[in-house]
Ligand binder design. Structure first.
Ligand code: SAH
Length: 227
């Protein structure tokens, strides 16, 4: 039953990929990414009363005003990150833990930061219970990344920032990628893929218009950055 619903979700993702391929450059996602999507029970990551909609290709509320992202966008961002089995990935915006769970089977380790403590606790317990043992959930503001564990092979941000946080680019390995939605709160956002070449130079590609919940920050942190 669940497997049928997952299969259906995968077909919808394929269709949406084909339709957006002209913009994303990805007319089809790599089979390993589709297999990773097939391996995560999304119904475990949504509130009980929304389980019947768990495999619809749309975002769903997860409490605290936050959402679990649309399956197509999760799959696309996973593909754009180009994860490899030896990679350590930093995620900013753990939310339900779904994106982290999808990445879990593709890489060595996922470290996921969530700013809302209650969501971080729920996600961490859920990931443990479901056996996603190589995901670590931390509570905090992900804007500053995680300097003590840097550099990372890839960084994925699943909340929209007004600009690309400098600390996150700095914490990428040469050859690494940062996948991040950038724009205004709930409008004019675009999904960016930023790569750091072997000389440390930055290359940016805009992939697709998207809508994410905002990357939030404490005002005193913003003031600190502005000197
Ligand atoms: N990846 C999530 C999607 C979560 S929505 C999933 O698969 O379910 C974005 C999440 O980013 C929200 O839970 C929000 O609380 C969190 N967030 C917003 N600003 C943040 C910040 N500065 N640092 C860490 N998490 C943040």
């Amino acid at each position: 039953m669940r497997q049928n619903r997952i299969e259906q979700m995968l077909r919808t993702i394929e269709q949406e990929c084909a339709l957006t391929g002209y913009a994303t450059g990805r007319y089809a996602l790599r089979p390993v990414v589709m297999e990773a999507m097939a391996g995560v029970p999304r119904d475990e990551f949504v509130p009980p009363e929304l389980k019947h909609r768990a495999y619809d290709n749309g975002p769903l509320p997860i409490g605290e005003g936050q959402t679990i992202s649309q399956p197509f966008i999760v799959a696309l961002m996973t593909d754009l990150l180009e994860p490899r089995p030896n990679h350590t990935i930093l995620e900013i915006g753990c939310g339900s833990g779904y994106q982290a769970a999808v990445l879990s089977s593709l890489v060595k380790q996922v470290i996921s930061i969530e700013i809302i403590p209650h969501l971080a606790t729920l996600a961490s317990e859920r990931l443990r219970r479901l056996g996603f043992d190589n995901v670590r959930v931390l509570t905090g503001d992900g804007y500053q990344g995680l300097p003590e564990q840097a550099p990372f092979d890839g960084i994925i941000v699943t909340a929209a920032a007004s600009h690309v946080p400098v600390p996150l680019f700095e914490q990428l390995k040469p050859g690494g990628r940062l996948v991040i939605p950038v724009g205004l709160p709930y409008m004019h956002q675009e999904l960016l893929v930023i790569s750091k070449d072997l000389d440390g130079q930055r290359h940016t590609r805009s992939v697709l218009p998207v809508i994410f919940v905002p990357l939030t920050r404490k005002q005193d942190e913003i003031d600190k950055d502005n000197g």
